[in-house]
Ligand binder design. Structure first.
Ligand code: SAM
Length: 289
């Protein structure tokens, strides 16, 4: 379990992972906002070196300083893997950072963000306006509701890419890591469709989350699955991952298009994409188990 602490004298926000035996702290000037939404406890902190920090139920969601790593790796590898992504659905992602990256692709015709909690988006508009600058793009649609239900109701073959940008697999996000949800995703996707999901830390959660996620995705009919590790300084262990599952290959990507991309990024490029596909030894060893 993780518990937040704020020691007013030294003014540090800490996320303590008692089970993992680790903690991550950011020095803060103070807390700017706290509220209990119908779904979760949302807080905004003003840090010394990382800009604004959003936490949900005491867990770090994002900071102004390093969210680009996560948002770029949750979007561009998948978008450059699909041959021509036009219809994108983001499940979760209420801070709108992933939506902004998706809309950098001129070929995307419609990007729908389905987050269960409207308050996350309203607070992001206030405290992370730089992430919300594409919310009024005519291709963007914000829908507030449960992503699990949305996917159950989706018309078969109506989506090219699903991005699951969710909280950890507890509370309302728990079902987003299940074979039943992936089956609905599989049905909603078109012939070349793929899904990418944040899959926690390769160091801390390989056996507990990443391997079961692969199994559930396979059960749902996805024959091609790869987990791409990337750095994320503010998440537990500093090492995070995105798992890509597709009806077709997820390791071949439009490398030339990625090299010639027409928009700016701060982390993602074609070489980073290729590098993220390289699998650590322990991923490969466990596959043979
Ligand atoms: N980058 C973050 C991380 O890995 O910690 C995730 C950020 S984003 C703020 C996560 C979002 O998932 C939250 O806004 C939350 O409301 C949303 N969420 C959780 N369960 C959901 C569900 N069942 N349907 C739609 N959105 C959900």
């Amino acid at each position: 379990m993780t518990t937040p602490t704020l020691d007013n004298d030294s003014a540090w926000f800490s996320e303590i992972g008692a089970k993992e035996g680790l903690a991550f702290s950011l020095r803060v000037h103070g807390r700017l906002h706290a509220e209990q939404s119908p779904y979760q406890h949302i807080e905004i902190w003003d840090t010394h070196e990382f800009g604004k920090l959003m936490t949900i139920d005491g867990f770090v969601m994002l900071t102004s300083r390093d969210n680009f790593l996560y948002h770029e790796m949750m979007s561009h590898p998948a978008l450059f893997t699909h041959p021509a992504p036009k219809r994108v659905v983001i499940v979760g992602g209420g801070d709108c950072g992933t939506l902004k990256e998706v809309l950098k692709h001129p070929g995307v015709e419609h990007a729908l963000q389905v987050d269960i909690d409207e308050r996350v988006t309203r607070l992001s508009e206030l405290y992370f306006p730089e992430l919300c600058e594409s919310n009024h793009d005519p291709r963007a649609e914000l829908h507030f509701g449960d992503g699990i239900q949305w996917m159950k109701d989706a018309a078969p073959g109506s989506v090219d890419l699903v991005i699951v940008d969710s909280t950890d697999p507890i509370g309302p996000a728990e079902g987003l890591f299940s074979a039943g949800f992936y089956r609905d995703v599989h049905r909603a996707l078109g012939a070349d469709g793929l899904v990418v999901q944040q899959s926690e830390s390769p160091l801390l959660h390989y056996d507990s989350i990443i391997r079961p996620m692969h199994k559930a995705m396979r059960e749902a009919g996805f024959g091609n699955i790869v987990t791409m590790p990337f750095p994320q300084p503010v998440y537990p262990s500093g090492w995070w991952s995105a798992t890509l599952a597709g009806k077709n290959s997820v390791t071949d990507f439009r490398e030339r298009d990625a090299q010639a991309k027409t928009f700016p990024t701060r982390y993602y490029n074609a070489a980073i994409h290729r590098g993220a596909l390289a699998q650590p030894e322990f991923f490969l060893r466990s596959r043979a188990d």
